[in-house]
Structure formats: C-alpha cells, structure tokens
Ligand binder design. Structure first.
Ligand code: SF4
Length: 272
C-alpha cells in the first residue's frame, strides 16, 4: 500500500474523516482498481459532489473536481463529452447521488454515458449533521427523524438498473477485495456503471442507531449480505432481509458519447 500511497495520494494527510469511518477503505479500493488497470493518471479525472465521501478526490493525485452538492454528474458529463478518451470517475454519497442529485443520476443512467460512479452509501448525510437520506433504512434514526425514518429507502441498484444503467454492482467495506474488483470491472465497462459501496459511518449513523464500534458495523455488513451467486441455493427464510452483493446487472447498449460524436459528424457534413 505504501507504493500506492506515494503514487496516487497527494500529501494532504491527516484526512478529515472520523476514526473508524469506512470512506478510507472505499477510496483505497478505487485506487487499487485504478492501479490494477494501469490507468494513465493524466487521462483519468475524478469528480465529486459534496459530503464526507466527496472529500476523497482531494486526497488523490489525478485531475480532480470537487463540485456543488448533487452536481457531480453534470460536471462529469461535460468532461466526458469534451474528453471522450479520458476515464471519468464520479465519487458521490447516498444523499448527494439520490436526493439533490437524483435527477442527474437517473438521466445520466438513461443516457448510458461512459462514467464510473461509486456511491459511498453510509445511509445518512454524515457531514451536514446526520439528516436522513433517501438510502436511510425505514425506521432508522437520524437528526431529522429522531423517532425513526418514516420513509422507505430506495434500492440504489434497482434504481440505477431501472433508469438504464448498463453495469450495476454492490459490495461493502467488509468485502474490500471484492469491492476493488467490482470497481475495476465498472471502469472497464463501456457505459454508465454504478458501484454501490456500503460503508460504515460510526459517528453520524452508528451513534444515533446504537450500532456499536466500527468493527460492529463491519460485522453487520458481513452478516447481512449474501453473494448474488449464492442466492439460488438459499431458502426464502435464509434470504429474508439479506442484501445481495456482487455484479448485479450488466448489458451492452449504445454509449452516449459515441452516439453524440456521430451526430456531430453528421452535422458537420461527414467531417470530424
Ligand atoms: Fe465518516 Fe460518518 Fe464521520 Fe462522515 S460523519 S467522516 S461518513 S464517520
């Protein structure tokens, strides 16, 4: 990891994340995926919105943009359209991606633009005070839901798939190796790729919901997830309440940047 630290991280430590936060594990998984694929750092851009997870690009040695709340995808779309040869990764949180940025999320998925979106799902708005997000579980506590969240949470993977994403995967900080492998596959996929990274927030979410120490949050991820390949072998009782992890959906479809390029060429009378 020391070599990776030197190559991919800016010397900005100490970081701002709380002790025991899972965001470092997800960031390390992204860096491992990038290293495994040998991406050119000068042709890889990482864009984020606002929130705890969105601070990650600030620590990474690439071209990075820390944008406005919920707006990472429009910025990333602009970059991809002007630099189609570049790999563009988006780091966002559950609130950033599915509340204020929810419209951008579904339309980027619908267009199947070639972006790799890693959603750090900590089930809450951590940085801004522990308010509930669209991925806060039903009846979980938040500062804006002190008696329990009355809303029902989105299933992010189903949302992405339903909106047209052509690659959808989910893993957790407990399954860090699998998470890095899925991020690598998502980067290689041509089209809108979403990886939901379930990450523990021991402070804003864990404390309010009395989930215990950071290790207990990791144990929760271990005990409440099931590999998608194993689902067929389990009974409905064994599957009750379990969250599938792994590669959940992948298909091919025309990619937006390439399609847009064809229209421009046509408009230019065949000249590129
Ligand atoms: Fe991590 Fe939660 Fe602290 Fe944010 S508030 S840095 S998500 S532990």
């Amino acid at each position: 990891m020391e070599q990776l630290l030197e190559k991919y991280f800016r010397p900005k430590l100490p970081h701002m994340w709380c002790p025991g936060c899972g965001n470092g594990i997800v960031t390390a998984a992204i860096v491992r995926a990038i290293d495994k694929l040998g991406l050119d750092q000068d042709k890889t851009t990482i864009v984020s919105g606002i929130g705890c997870s969105s601070r990650a690009p600030g620590y990474l040695h690439f071209d990075t943009l820390h944008t406005a709340h919920g707006r990472a995808l429009p910025f990333a779309t602009g970059i991809k359209l002007t630099k189609p040869g570049h790999k563009v990764l988006v780091i966002t949180g559950d609130g950033d991606a599915t509340a204020i940025g929810g419209n951008h999320f579904i339309h980027a998925a619908r267009r199947n633009i070639d972006l790799t979106v890693i959603v750090f799902n900590n089930n809450i708005y951590g940085m801004t005070g522990g308010q509930y997000s669209p991925l806060t579980p039903h009846l979980a506590k938040a500062t804006t839901a002190p008696y329990g969240n009355v809303d029902r949470a989105f299933d992010l993977a189903e949302l992405a798939k339903g909106a047209g994403a052509t690659f959808v995967a989910r893993s957790t900080t407990y399954h860090a190796k699998q998470l890095a492998e899925l991020v690598a596959k998502a980067i290689q996929h041509e089209g809108f790729a979403v990886v939901e990274a379930m990450t523990g927030c021991p402070i804003s979410f864990g404390r309010q919901n009395k989930l215990g120490k950071p290790a207990a949050l990791l144990a929760w991820q271990r005990d409440n997830t099931v590999p998608v390949e194993a689902m067929g072998k389990l009974t409905p009782e064994q599957l009750a309440g379990k969250i599938p992890i792994g590669l959940l959906h992948q298909k091919t479809a025309p990619e937006y940047t390439a399609e847009y390029g064809k229209i421009i060429k046509q408009a230019m009378g065949g000249r590129s």
